[in-house]
Design a protein around this ligand. Structure first.
Ligand SMILES: Nc1nc2c(c(=O)[nH]1)N[C@H]1C(S)=C(S)[C@@H](COP(=O)(O)OP(=O)(O)OC[C@H]3O[C@@H](n4cnc5c(=O)[nH]c(N)nc54)[C@H](O)[C@@H]3O)O[C@H]1N2
Ligand SMILES: Nc1nc2c(c(=O)[nH]1)N[C@H]1C(S)=C(S)[C@@H](COP(=O)(O)OP(=O)(O)OC[C@H]3O[C@@H](n4cnc5c(=O)[nH]c(N)nc54)[C@H](O)[C@@H]3O)O[C@H]1N2
Ligand SMILES: [Mo]
Length: 842
């Protein structure tokens, strides 16, 4: 039942184009943010809320994952953070009345902008098979429905559990425990589409899948290379850090096919200088690289450094190379063999420019490379990032002040979610610790990543899909395949704050479970709870919302997962607890009162009808049915008369729901680096997770060294008459959440269905500016057959992008991204590298 993505809500006939901005942020940005905030929240709530963003006793901005500095400003937010907050803290509500008034068919006709604008979800809603409307359902019935569906699976691998990166550490940790308790590692997340390539390349080469710099390092760097990133829009607070570095004398090099405003000049609204004097010029050099040319760029710089070393010496950090790295000689040889001609072709930059940047790198005393999606969403992203590491290793730029790798993460807790176990390929060490803590045996077999999950849905192998936040249908590649696959799923369950397309393109039955966001007060167990998040630099801190939740009906993500776990696993046979019902009644916020009677929902694995869910399947795969500690315990009927569930995680779910500190205590025992978790996040304190390369030049690779790698040069070849399309974010969106129709810095106003093309290409391809065309992607399958995908009605805009390269907005262009077009090793969809032709509309 693939439906055509709607686009009636934004009137595309009114798009107009002005000159792109050369300066980012400044006063207009803040005024624009306040306008949106006032519209959604009113003036008083706006001020009250925005002043708490990223403050020590406030909430973590749900925008990006850029860290806060230790000394906070009064207003520690940016334009786009303010928009993210306004979107969540809006006073608009949609409850049962809304769903009674709008049929599914009607909702499907709206785009994500319209759906998101309707307001916060207030009630659990269910869509029965064949129904035209969602109807309200109680939490008990909703969770029982989920538990029943899980029970009915033949194999836990028929279930998929997606996570978006806003989920707190506490909720994410419980969620992965639930999933592993069920017996699967099917935990795809947004990271699979985002920084997976960074994680893959960094783990292989330096032994940790994270960046190695702190915010102080950014300030202290001598040279910052910002490649494949648009911080003016997506990480605006990073501009303040770059400005600070700049004032201390740092050089900044921007590497991007597009001249993005924020990288070129920045007006800091926090300072008089920013407001009155036209801001700071940020980038000293702007390299307008071809899409996918970055591997060549980093090889070119490496080659130049090695040549300079050969000629004059004094370039490489020999001590570091000898003590901490392996594989140098092979890399040196590979760079000696690399041809300048290829490097020039791939980058589209003359050798002179490449050598000029390389000279800047040569003379830098401490270099940081920052990157985001421009480097991670290509077929050869992992080799590209390995070559970034190679370059930094040459001069010992890892593990010292002002130097290192800085993958700038997207979602505000995407890094934390990984840290606490949201991962389809968990390490054995993590699983062993989890087993020991919860007295069960987690499955060892790897699960589906995002693309793997879609393939399984397409092939009818997924019967249950649950999503902890996010908008799977809109965010993933190959929209038509995803929509068709989703419709084959038996039950789809979305834990969400706002309505989105994933709620209207569903499985045969669907549930919407409304939840609290970052800004909402979370009272559980008679007290206010806080949660924790990890920023892009491995710093963990507490976040506490203050606003009255949009409805009394909302449960926190933690509560939803805890209740579901209790339902499917039973009480976990926690020592000293006589029965599940009794324990529940100890909590203070109605857990027991509203809970379904014990005997109607026996623990999942206690049911004879489906013992295979957690037992037989695991046993069939050769895993022990029980952990050794479990084996040692008596296995008789428990006091409540139920058979003691074997091999499910044992935890006091009700207690965890009532006190999140208990979840943190579990995390601290399972995951290294969280010792004294509770104290270290107290009152604005920050817990810095250990980072081997940064802290002690310790590399958790097989040989204990940072590894040079040899990566044959790759870059996209664009067939004649075609363009290579990158799919990007506008200034008015947060991923699939569309705030408005403008992309102010790029000078696009009033519409999103535009394709930015080099003026010469427009003519060469026989079109004119403002022509309306279809974008047709061409994908050659491994067997040689050509597949076409079409996105209709895009307006051509002449733009300063390299010849042969084009850009258009995501998610509208996800229909064009072939499911099988993924990055080698990491499996990330190649969202920045889609071959298209412009097709005249017939
Ligand atoms: N306001 C706002 N903030 C956000 C988000 C949002 O949607 N809105 N999303 C969040 C998320 S989840 C993420 S992952 C980040 C995304 O942050 P970004 O990665 O900055 O986001 P994109 O819009 O995908 O921009 C990619 C940038 O890389 C450039 N680029 C594309 N291909 C190449 C290439 O081959 N080489 C080079 N050198 N450059 C290239 C593009 O021109 C563009 O400037 O932002 C986070 N923050
Ligand atoms: N073509 C193309 N595709 C891409 C990309 C690209 O650059 N190009 N970028 C990729 C990247 S980097 C990413 S990260 C993914 C993003 O993919 P997702 O993370 O799946 O998508 P979002 O749009 O961020 O999800 C927004 C939804 O999250 C829900 N939500 C918001 N806050 C909360 C909360 O606190 N709790 C809960 N439970 N729900 C909440 C709301 O219902 C909202 O509608 O998209 C990827 N897809
Ligand atoms: Mo992302």
């Amino acid at each position: 039942m693939a439906t055509k993505p709607p686009r009636a809500d934004i009137d595309e006939t009114r798009v107009h184009v002005s000159r792109p901005k050369r300066v980012a942020v400044g006063v207009p940005a803040i005024l624009h943010a306040l306008e949106i905030a006032n519209e959604q929240m009113g003036v008083a709530r706006s001020v009250q809320t925005l002043l708490r963003v990223n403050q020590k006793d406030g909430f973590d901005c749900p925008g990006c994952a850029w860290p806060e500095e230790d000394k906070r400003h009064i207003a520690e937010f940016c334009e786009n953070g303010a928009k993210a907050v306004a979107e969540e803290a809006t006073l608009r509500r949609i409850g049962p009345d809304f769903f009674a008034a709008h049929s599914l068919g009607e909702l499907r006709g709206h785009d994500d902008w319209w759906l998101g604008q309707q307001g916060r979800l207030t009630h659990p809603m269910v869509l029965e098979e064949g129904a035209t409307h969602y109807r309200p359902i109680s939490w008990d019935d909703a969770l029982a429905l989920v538990a029943d569906e899980l029970r009915a699976l033949d194999d836990p691998d028929e279930a998929v559990f997606y996570t978006s990166g806003r989920t707190s550490n506490e909720a994410a940790f419980l969620y992965q425990l639930l999933v592993r308790g069920l017996g699967t590692n099917n935990l795809p997340d947004c990271s699979n589409m985002c920084h997976e390539s960074s994680g893959s390349a960094l783990t292989e080469t330096i032994g940790i899948g994270k960046g190695t710099v702190s915010i102080d390092d950014i300030h202290e760097a001598d040279l910052l290379i910002v490649a494949g990133q648009n911080p003016g829009t997506n990480h605006p607070r990073m501009l303040s850090a770059l400005e600070k570095a700049k004032q201390r004398g740092a050089t900044i090099i921007a590497v991007n096919p597009l001249p993005e405003a924020g990288l070129l000049r920045f007006e800091n609204p926090q300072t008089v200088r920013g407001v009155a004097f036209g801001g700071t010029k940020l980038a000293d050099q702007f390299l307008q690289i071809r899409l996918g040319g970055d591997q060549a760029l980093f090889q070119a710089i490496g080659k130049h450094l090695l040549e300079a070393e050969e000629a004059d010496g004094g370039v490489l950090d020999h001590e570091f190379l000898a003590a901490h790295t392996s594989g140098f000689e092979a890399y040196r040889q590979a760079m000696a063999d690399a041809s300048w001609r290829d490097l020039v072709t791939a980058t589209g930059l003359p050798e002179k420019s490449l050598r000029r940047v390389a000279e800047t790198v040569r003379t830098s005393k401490a270099t940081i490379v920052c990157w985001a999606m421009g480097l991670t969403q290509h077929k050869h992203s992992v080799p590209t990032l390995r070559d970034v590491v190679n370059l930094l290793l040459l001069q010992g730029n890892i593990g010292r002040a002002g130097a290192g790798v800085c993958p700038v993460r997207g979602h505000s807790n995407v890094q934390g979610d990984r840290t606490v176990g949201i991962y389809e390929k968990p390490s054995t060490a993590f699983l062993d610790a989890l087993d020991a803590e919860f007295d069960f045996a987690a499955p060892r077999e790897h699960g589906f990543d995002t693309v793997g999950a879609i393939r399984a849905m397409r092939d009818g192998r997924v019967r249950f899909f649950m999503s902890m936040g996010g908008n799977f249908v809109s965010a993933t590649p190959d929209t038509e395949v995803v929509e068709a696959g989703m419709s084959r799923v038996g039950l789809t369950v979305h834990v969400s704050t706002k309505l989105n397309r994933s709620h209207v393109v569903t499985g045969r039955r669907a549930l919407i479970l409304p939840t609290l966001g970052r800004t909402d007060r979370d009272r559980r167990g008679g007290r206010e709870q806080r949660v924790t998040v990890e920023d892009s630099m491995g710093a963990v801190h507490a976040s506490r919302g203050r606003l009255a939740p949009p409805s009394e009906e909302l449960l926190s993500e933690v509560a939803i997962v805890a209740r579901l776990s209790a339902l499917v696993f039973g009480d976990g046979a926690v020592a000293g607890m006589s029965s599940r019902g009794e324990e529940m009644s100890r909590t203070e916020d109605g857990f027991a009162a509203s809970d379904p009677p014990l005997d109607t929902s026996p623990p999942l694995v206690a049911q004879d009808a489906a013992p295979h869910v957690a037992d037989a399947t695991r046993h069939d795969r050769g895993y022990p049915e029980r952990s050794p500690r479990e084996e040692a315990r008596t296995d008789g009927p428990d006091p409540a008369g139920l058979r003691r569930p074997s091999n499910v995680p044992h935890a006091d779910w009700a207690a965890l729901e009532a006190d999140y500190a208990l979840i943190r205590a579990h995390i601290a025992r399972v995951i290294p680096g969280f010792d004294d978790y509770e104290e270290r996040i107290d009152k604005g304190r920050t817990l810095h997770l250990p980072n081997g390369p940064r802290d002690a030049r310790r590399f958790a690779t097989p040989d204990g060294k940072a590894r040079f790698t040899v990566n044959p040069l790759e870059y996209p070849r664009i067939p004649r008459g075609r363009l290579l399309l990158q799919t990007v974010r506008s200034h008015d969106q947060y991923n699939t959440t569309i705030y408005g129709k403008d992309d102010r810095y790029r000078g696009i106003h009033g519409g999103r269905r535009v394709v930015l093309v080099n003026a010469k290409d427009i003519v060469a391809l026989g079109f004119a500016e403002d022509d309306i065309v279809d974008l047709v992607s061409e994908w050659r399958r491994p067997d040689g057959t050509l597949e076409e995908r079409r996105a209709e009605e895009f307006r051509i805009v002449a733009y300063r992008t390299p010849r042969g390269n084009a850009a258009a907005y995501y998610p509208e262009t996800n229909v064009l991204v072939p499911l099988d077009s993924v990055a080698d090793v990491s499996g990330t969809p190649t969202s920045k590298s889609v071959v298209v032709r412009l097709a005249r509309r017939t």
